[in-house]
Design a binder for this molecule. Structure first.
Ligand code: GLU
Length: 291
């Protein structure tokens, strides 16, 4: 049996807050309790938003909390060739297509063709074009240098997989319980998600699935805000022939105002809490984890 391997995979787009501390410590403690491995992975494919000082802050904060992980840490921006190869595989399978629509155009389409859209956990759901773009038009737009995104087509995936598509499942478990639930994957609930872009051969969905397999991650412990994404990840794992980890989706911590911590709200950072005199044990007490 493969050793229990889990990871914490933050994006260095800001300083860590209590919600991150909870996710990281939970993954770390669960790995320890299972005699397993805890990995840190830096998800920095969005080079416009990620900054080296935030990556340094992540390492500093997690080290202060007492977490350890094997080196070197995988930094996604250094592995674009691997993601490009995975994208090529999806292209060979014929399950991705170039989409030249902007977000705004997709929104506008909702006026004329409401059946193509919906509101999903990741915002607007795009269900793909009524007709595929002609090769001539696609060639023209590529030659012209128009920006585009590669989207994973639910329809083409269903066509390729036939009945298997409806039988995709994953195992979900709760922390501290041995019970497991077999969940049927519903990738269609997210529509045709972006898998890569013209100048970046990957997106969150593709790189996370690629790396979890490459790094031998057997158990994924992450916030329940990513549960919807798991349905897409299961489809990608199947298409790419990758093993399927067991999933834990933990509740998101909320602050005293009842709102969950989020980087964009300027939630109190671990750095600020540390500066105010709190110890790692105080943090653990605040997030409800044993010392
Ligand atoms: N990088 C993702 C984030 O910062 C998390 C990835 C994952 O745990 O699957 O939200």
């Amino acid at each position: 049996m493969k050793p229990f391997t889990t990871r914490f995979a933050p994006s260095p787009t800001g300083r860590l807050h209590l919600g991150h501390a909870y996710s990281a410590c939970l993954a770390h403690d669960t790995a320890q309790a299972n005699g397993g491995v805890f990995l840190l992975r830096i998800e920095d494919i969005d080079q416009g938003r990620c900054r080296p000082e935030f990556e340094a802050g992540i390492v500093e904060d997690l080290t202060w909390l007492g977490l350890t992980w094997p080196l070197p840490v995988r930094r996604q921006s250094e592995h674009m060739a691997g993601y490009a190869a995975a994208l090529d595989r999806l292209r060979q399978l014929g399950v991705v297509y170039r989409c030249f629509l902007t977000r705004r155009e997709i929104m506008e389409q909702s006026m004329s063709a409401p059946h193509t859209l919906g509101e999903g956990p990741e915002g607007v759901i795009y269900r793909g074009p009524a007709q595929p773009m002609s090769h001539d038009e696609e060639d023209l737009r590529v030659a012209r240098g128009d920006p585009f995104a590669w989207r994973l087509s639910i329809r083409y995936s269903q066509d390729l997989l036939g009945e298997e598509f409806a039988r995709l499942v994953f195992v979900e478990r709760q922390i501290g319980s041995n019970e497991e639930q077999i969940v049927t994957a519903r990738p269609e609930s997210l529509g045709d998600v972006i898998i890569a872009r013209k100048d970046t051969p990957t997106s969150y969905h593709l790189s996370v699935v690629h790396d979890d397999a490459l790094q031998g991650v057997t158990h994924i412990i992450r916030g329940e805000d990513l549960r919807a994404s798991t349905h897409i990840h299961v489809l990608l794992q199947h298409l790419l022939g990758l093993p399927r980890p067991v999933y834990f989706h933990h509740p998101l911590l909320a602050g005293p105002d009842g709102k969950r911590f989020a980087k964009r709200d300027g939630a109190v950072t671990l750095a600020a809490l540390r500066a105010s005199g709190l110890s790692p044990a105080d943090i653990r007490a605040r997030i409800g984890l044993p010392a």
